[in-house]
Structures are given as structure tokens and as C-alpha cells.
Design a protein around this ligand. Structure first.
Ligand code: ITT
Length: 206
């Protein structure tokens, strides 16, 4: 079974490679199939619709079974911002470090101290079958809080240096990759998707 991982985010790609390593499948990146330059505009209003759109576009372009994810970050004290478009938070043209800085500044401005920084990551993974266009979506949620300041470690990407998952003191950047993959929004969704893929493979439709 070949599975195209439809993401242009190298951090996500690395996580998917680890999360799907137990499957009897060949994992391909967009670059592997010559689609490295194909950017899919995200303008739907739900994580499901954006993930499904990405999976469908890459599946149609490659003719392969394709998986894509859309991830949101919801911070309670900011009324749910950054929301379903965290890659755009703070405005166009910013680096991820600048976006994280904007998030910390917004929380400081809102007077959200140590006990008022509840947040969650949500990740929807969509799988699109070639030819039929059949879609499966699963959702993983990771509750946590936004750190008072950036806490860098060896790993992670995006907002990981400012996100502390519930039950831990370290940010996702500081926790070992295996721990993030076990408890994260993407890890939880991937566990469900692996079950779906095993089912498809056993029924001969994978
Ligand atoms: P693709 O659409 O190509 O997959 P993307 O980075 O645009 O890549 P999203 O639309 O899902 O993906 O953007 C989500 C934003 O949230 C983006 O800025 C990521 O860096 C960030 N992000 C996604 N997953 C994350 C994670 O597990 N930890 C920290 N930040 C994450």
C-alpha cells in the first residue's frame, strides 16, 4: 500500500513518518511524487473541510491514496484565537517565532496569568482514496496551556515552544518526540487513522 503524506510542513511530515511507521505501507512525500511546489489554498471554515480539501487535491494530482491534516490552536482567554488558521495568526509575512511572540503578547495584554492560559490543539486528518474520492476523517484533541514564555528544546515545530500539554511541565518542544507523538492532537488522530488503514488493508480496498 502506498500512502502520500500531503503536507508541505516538514515538521508534520516527520511526525507522520514516525506515527505511521508500524503500517505495512510505503510512505511518500509531496516531493517524492514531484508535487513539492503544489500549494493548496485553505479557505474553508472547518478543520474537516480544509483537511479533506488538501487530501482530495493531492490525491487527484498524484493518483495515490493521500492523507492530509489541518490543525487548529484554540486559546480560551483569546476567545478561541488563533483558531483554525494558526499559520496566519498575527498577519501575513511573519516568521513562526514572530507569531508565537504575538500570541504571548496578546495573552499578556489580556492579563492572562499562569492559571488562565488554557488552550488546546485540534487536528483533523483526512484520508482520500484515489479514483473513488472516498474520504475518511478523524479528529484528535490535545488539551494544555500556553507557557508564560517560549521554552525551546530539541524538537517540535510551529507553536510547540509555547504549548504545554496537560499533565506535563515541559513544552512540546522540550518533550521527547515519542511523548509528543503519544499524546498530541496529531498522535491521537493518527492512532485512529492507523486503525482505519488497517481495516482498509484487510478488506482489500487499500
Ligand atoms: P500543510 O497545510 O501543508 O499541512 P501547514 O503548516 O500550513 O502545512 P496547517 O494549515 O495545519 O498546516 O497550519 C497549522 C499551523 O499550526 C502552522 O503554523 C503550524 O506550524 C502549526 N502547527 C501545526 N501542527 C502543530 C503542532 O503539532 N505543533 C505546533 N504547531 C503546529
Amino acid at each position: 500500500m502506498d500512502i502520500l503524506i500531503g503536507t508541505s510542513n516538514p515538521g508534520k511530515l516527520g511526525e507522520f513518518e514516525a506515527l505511521l511507521a508500524g503500517l505495512d505501507a510505503r510512505l511518500l512525500s509531496l516531493r517524492d511524487v514531484g508535487l513539492g511546489g503544489l500549494d493548496v489554498p485553505e479557505d474553508a471554515t472547518t478543520l474537516e473541510a480544509n483537511a479533506a480539501h488538501k487530501a482530495r487535491v493531492y490525491s487527484e494530482a498524484s493518483g495515490l491514496m493521500t492523507l492530509a491534516d489541518d490543525t487548529g490552536l484554540f486559546v480560551e482567554a483569546l476567545g478561541g484565537a488563533p483558531g483554525i488558521y494558526p499559520a496566519r495568526y498575527g498577519g501575513p509575512g511573519l516568521t513562526m517565532a514572530e507569531r508565537r511572540g504575538k500570541l504571548l503578547a496578546a495573552l499578556a495584554e489580556a492579563g492572562a496569568g499562569e492559571g488562565a492560559r488554557t488552550a488546546r490543539f485540534e487536528c483533523v486528518i483526512a484520508l482520500c482514496q484515489p479514483h473513488t474520492g472516498e474520504l475518511i476523517t478523524v479528529r484528535g484533541i490535545c488539551p494544555g496551556r500556553i507557557a508564560l514564555e517560549e521554552a525551546h528544546g530539541e524538537g517540535g515545530f510551529g507553536y510547540d515552544p509555547v504549548f504545554i500539554p496537560d499533565g506535563y511541565r515541559e513544552s512540546f518542544s522540550q518533550l521527547p518526540e515519542a511523548v509528543k507523538n503519544q499524546i498530541s492532537h496529531r498522535g491521537r488522530a493518527a492512532q485512529m487513522m492507523v486503525a482505519e488503514l488497517r481495516r482498509l488493508s484487510a478488506s482489500g480496498s487499500g
